[in-house]
Write a new protein. Structure first.
Length: 160
């Protein structure tokens, strides 16, 4: 039986985005000067930390900014980080190397008891998203998780 039918993770992760009150990716993409947007939504299955939504925005002029919203913390206001261009470029190169845009959700996602990430990319009218369980990722999914951990540690900050 298709486990995807039994484990509707996407609605949980999309509800985090909605609860955070952040703009949808297509809305960000039409802002003047925005060239690409990446988003990481983090769900903590055990409640040890607040779920979060981090949006990485690359603008004309080579400015890269990360905005992270933690549910029910800081009045819904994002923590804002300036990301060095070389880290952004390294992350993009790693995602391109694993053909992120062609990947499906990680196979055999656990039904419960695992943290989940929704990783998204948008540029112009194009959007792509996939779900991974970072602590159980293998192969290209492990490469994806390691790239995020190495190049966007700010997006993985835990706040209780």
């Amino acid at each position: 039986m298709d486990r995807g039918l039994l484990a509707p993770h996407a609605p949980t992760l999309r509800a985090i985005i909605e609860s955070a009150g952040v703009e949808q990716l297509p809305e960000i993409c039409v802002r003047p000067g925005v060239r690409a947007v990446y988003r990481l939504t983090v769900y903590h299955h055990d409640g040890r930390a607040r779920d979060s939504v981090s949006t990485l925005i690359y603008r004309t002029g080579r400015e890269v900014q990360l905005e992270t919203v933690f549910l029910e913390r800081f009045g819904g206001k994002p923590l804002v980080y300036s990301i060095p261009l070389d880290r952004y470029e390294r992350l993009v190169a790693r995602l391109n190397a694993i053909h992120f845009d062609q990947l499906a959700d990680q196979p055999d996602l656990p039904l419960y008891g695992a943290d989940l990430w929704l990783v998204e990319r948008a540029a112009g009218s194009f959007t792509k998203s996939l779900i991974v369980a970072p602590d159980r990722a293998e192969g290209v999914y492990s490469t994806l998780v390691n790239a995020v951990r190495a190049d966007l540690p700010e997006a993985l900050r835990e706040v209780g």
